[in-house]
Design a protein. Structure first.
Ligand code: MSP
Length: 512
């Protein structure tokens, strides 16, 4: 490996295998894939980890309901998440399953470390538990629904649990955590989520129950097989078992831990921003650099649920509308970090206006004109005048802005910036009107077309990280070779290349 190369480690949450994947899971994965692609494009050595969270009561219950033993059940469901990764064409380096031996070893190792350091003690738990969230809630977080059932903050139904349990001394880490947040104000993003975490911890932390005894499906506590390790302690450990922990001599571990970013949904922030750093501090391991909490998607204004029958199947919509279109919609429609509403109408509208009309049309207008009128060759530029120089300069400035935005994980801003140039390039075609120069000023026409090809190439090099299929096709049509599509090729000059027959890359969509 090139020693100069900067390492970058990004993770998705690992997905519960209690049910098949939906659009919410695809969303988290798409965000991570986009960030991973961007960093790889910049030339970094990227490790992108995703996987499945297969233990715990929730998964065990689903297995029982489906009539399968938990291992066969999780094998089947985990496969559908692997298939989703493939359908999304993500560039992950690894897919971790918590039922794998490498993961179990890491979890037991962490447990032993916490125990040896006196951070784990045996007692009894009596309190409320949400199987859906796999979370313990304290009295002040509990309310009642219309049927008089106890519910947690997420609305999930709670059950009373009373059983022997090991506890992690979370309360002892409260001040250390607060100090850490204070010294690392960017640890949690967006800022509103950081403030939420800070206020939760400031109110005081109770010790955390980290083992269960009333079901079997999980990793046994070392030296006490009556207890199963709490599924969140198990699951969070994937972020280090996925980079070879406890083998701290491994290159992977040394290159990639601590992670640059864990992307999570806002619903699982507490586990990542409070419990995980506390476990790591207690185990004397470094903390991840950032937790980014994204928002939630509703569907036509309603929460997605099986009972409402409105669960959006990512496989289906990708097959109907295209991968780039779905990805672009999810990334662009809502600001990263905020909640959003999914509807097919909104997806179609967004894809048609930004992909078909703006980006696709820009490439198609220019390339088909060259194909028909310039002997299929990108014309050579003559003297550039102000408007040509301005368009290219603005493109280059936007590229720098996009890199800055992406460094701060401002994906929506990055896309807005890219589309600013796309729209500017479309206006440039209208004002420079190369078709009207065909019989009057061939030199000027060639310069305009060349300038446009330069800008379309630059746009597409950036778009590769967001809409890779379409951007790659446009770069193919421009005869840019596959090996010359990274950040370091951004300023390469265009050759007098023969272009391929242009084909529309982003077709106009209609409701299916
Ligand atoms: N297994 C845990 C994570 C353990 S990580 C150590 C879990 N799994 S999950 O399958 O329930 O959720 C995984 C991700 O999908 C979360 O980031 C969650 O926010 C996201 N989404 C699930 N439904 C969603 C929406 N409706 N909208 C957006 N994202 C949502 O939690």
């Amino acid at each position: 490996m090139n020693k100069e190369k900067k390492n970058f480690y990004i993770t998705t949450p690992i997905y519960y295998v209690n049910d098949i994947p939906h659009i919410g899971h695809a969303y988290t994965t798409i965000i991570c894939d986009t960030i991973a692609r961007h960093n790889k494009w910049l030339g970094k050595n990227v490790n992108f980890l995703t996987g499945t969270d297969e233990h715990g009561q929730k998964v065990e219950k689903s297995a029982i309901n489906s009539g399968l033993d938990p291992q066969s059940f999780t094998n089947k469901l985990s496969k559908s998440f692997i298939e989703l990764s493939q359908k999304l064409k993500i560039i992950n380096n690894d897919f971790i399953r918590t039922t794998e031996p490498r993961h179990k070893e890491a979890v037991k190792n962490i447990w032993n470390k916490l125990e040896e350091k006196g951070d784990i003690y045996l007692d009894k738990y009596a309190g409320w538990y949400s199987v859906r969230d796999e979370a313990f809630y304290s009295e002040d977080e509990i309310s009642e629904n219309n049927n008089g059932e106890k519910i947690g903050p997420s609305g999930s139904i709670l059950e009373w649990v009373e059983e022997p349990s090991y506890f992690f001394k979370l309360s002892a880490w409260q001040n250390k955590l607060l100090e850490f947040y204070k010294n690392n104000p960017d640890f949690v993003s967006p800022k509103t989520r950081y403030n939420e975490v800070l206020s939760f911890v400031s109110k005081g932390l109770e010790d955390l129950s980290v083992s269960r005894t009333t079901f079997n499906w999980g990793i046994e506590v070392p030296n006490n097989d009556q207890h199963i390790i709490y599924v969140w302690l198990d699951a969070l450990t994937n972020y280090i078992s996925g980079v070879d922990y406890p083998n701290i001599k491994s290159n992977k571990w040394n290159n990639f831990w601590p992670a640059d970013i864990h992307v999570v949904g806002k619903d699982i922030l507490r586990f990542h921003a409070i419990y995980w750093p506390a476990f790591l501090m207690a185990a004397n391991l470094k903390l991840p650099k950032k937790i980014y909490a994204h928002g939630w998607w509703t569907v036509n204004g309603e929460k997605m649920s099986k009972s409402l029958g409105n669960v959006v199947d990512p496989f289906k919509i990708i097959s109907s509308y295209g991968l780039d279109q779905v990805k672009y919609f999810l990334l662009r429609e809502v600001r990263f970090g905020q909640d959003g509403d999914y509807s097919e109408e909104a997806l179609i509208k967004r894809a048609n206006s930004d992909l078909a009309n703006d980006y696709g049309n820009l490439a198609q207008r220019v390339l088909s004109f060259i194909y028909k009128n310039c002997d299929k060759k990108i014309p050579v530029a003559n003297k550039l005048i102000n408007q040509d120089i301005k368009l290219i300069e603005n493109m280059d400035k936007s590229k720098d802005n996009i890199i800055k935005f992406m460094e701060n994980y401002e994906i929506t801003n990055a896309l807005e910036e890219l589309w600013k140039v796309i729209r500017e390039a479309n206006s440039y075609i209208d004002s420079e009107a190369p078709w009207s120069l065909k019989n009057t000023d061939i030199d000027r026409m060639n310069t305009v077309l060349n300038t446009l090809c330069v800008v379309i190439k630059k746009i597409s090099l950036i778009a590769l990280n967001f809409t890779p299929d379409g951007a790659n096709k446009i770069l193919d049509q421009l005869s840019i070779s596959k090996k010359n599509r990274s950040y370091s090729n951004f300023d390469d000059t265009l050759e007098n290349a023969t272009i391929e027959k242009p084909e529309g890359v982003f077709p106009r969509l209609e409701k299916k």
